[in-house]
Every structure is written in C-alpha cells, then in structure tokens.
Design a protein around this ligand. Structure first.
Ligand code: ZN
Length: 153
C-alpha cells in the first residue's frame, strides 16, 4: 500500500540519522487517539535512552550524536515547538520538537508542519491520504537530534 511507503521518501537528516539504521525498532506502539486527531504511531524512547547512556559511558562522542543537519537546525530555530525536556547532552535546555510529514503527494524530503491544523491542511491537499509525521527532538545549542515519535494522521 503506497500510502505507508514512507521508507523511500528519505530526507538527508532522517536518512542520515544514526538512529535510523539497523536495530531501529520502535520502543512502544501508540494506541490511536481520535480525540487528539492522532492515529496509531510508535515511540523511539528506548533507542534514545540507550544512545544517551552510551554517550555518558563515553562509547560515543558528542560529535557522533550532535550532528543535526543544517536544514533541521534551521527548522528547529524557526518553527520548532519548545519541549519541556532539557537537552540530555549539553544540559543547556531549550530543546524543541520539529515534525516532518511524509505522504503521497508531499515533497520527497517531507514537509515541515507545526501543528495539527497544518496536518489537516496537508491532508486536504492530498485528498485525505495518510500522512506519516516524524517528530524529531533537536537541541539548537549543541545539534543533538533524535527521532522520538512516528505518528500516522
Ligand atoms: Zn544540547
């Protein structure tokens, strides 16, 4: 089914994210939550935690994991939604979430969305097709970035 075929629509920062390689198993499946306009999705928290633990043990360097693509950093600074969490790497706070939507009829590199009304507009434009929303947390300070959630809308 083509509408779920988001694997081919790579953008540099998603394809290049070291968390997207082998072993990229979702941590937890999300149940659909129609009241929030969300369909099912997956969380990637366990992968994130293990990467942070590796960093704290000195097994991966800051350079290896604080590698946000310039486009992603720009999106984070301009339209990122503030996160309640402080950066796990530089501890300097000010993390933001950036969401990219993928789907049939959308740009192959994804489309940045800021809220559910953006997603609703995209869905109208692609005639109600399914949209896969990749939520990435980004620290604009040190360039830490990680996929935290994939939600279908
Ligand atoms: Zn940071």
């Amino acid at each position: 089914m083509a509408s779920e075929d988001v694997g081919d629509t790579s953008s540099d920062f998603l394809a290049g994210n070291r968390s997207s390689g082998a072993g990229m198993q979702p941590s937890r499946r999300l149940e659909p939550n129609p009241s929030e306009g969300l369909m099912a999705g997956v969380e990637y928290g366990v992968i994130r935690e293990s990467l942070i633990a590796q960093f704290r043990k000195g097994r991966v360097s800051k350079r290896d994991i604080c590698d946000a693509h310039p486009e992603l950093l720009r999106a984070a600074r301009n339209i990122g939604r503030p996160s309640a969490e402080s950066c796990p790497i530089c501890q300097d706070g000010h993390m933001v979430h950036v969401t990219y939507a993928f789907g049939n009829g959308l740009p192959s590199g994804g489309r940045c969305v800021t809220d559910s009304s953006d997603i609703a507009r995209l869905k109208v434009r692609i005639h109600g097709g399914q949209v896969a929303c990749y939520v990435i947390e980004v620290c604009p300070g040190c360039a830490w970035n990680h996929l935290i959630r994939l939600v279908w809308a």
